[in-house]
Design a protein around this ligand. Sequence first.
Ligand SMILES: [Zn+2]
Length: 210
Amino acid sequence: MGTNLPQRLHDGYRAFRSGRLPTEQSRYRELAERGQSPETMVVGCCDSRVSPEVIFDAGPGELFVVRNVANLVPPYSPDGLYHGVSAALEYGVTVLRVKHLVVLGHARCGGVQAYASNAPSGDFIGKWISLLAPVAASLQSRQPDDAGYLKQLEQASLIRSLDNLMMFPFIRSACDRGALTLFGAYFDVATGELSVLARESGRFVALARD
Ligand SMILES: [Zn+2]
């Protein structure tokens, strides 16, 4: 185990201490005293290019984020095993009472690509991304090298995750009483464009840049 952080992190922390921390000091103090009360939760991918806090320009205390490989929401399955994503959802919705819950997918997702190309997947990744199997089965074509197919799989998977969210009783009931709204958003890494899922049409509509 290391004791000296990588230089990049060291330098980054120094920049934070001298830049962002002083300007947001009162906010940090307030958050420390009163606890966090973010209004929005995001389920995102681990991908280093798709940081929700960066994309949504969020400050400390604003977003409650859980990230995992391929931004998947597993089905509700209270089986006594370890469920990190479900635990975060439970905390975000029942304890923090977030008002908005966004599943944030993205283009060129390595997890989705790994599934599509049957890449070797180690002890854990293969099992995790097998959550994509029913989604892939619902699509017509199956060409792992086809960018169009991968985008289709990424977006269909996002819709599946939104459906899975509604299997969680505490999420369904919060939605039913109007206390929580679900959203699907898709980030194009190359262009920086963000699209939002219109549930009626099932299409992702790019946010206007203004
Ligand atoms: Zn990803």
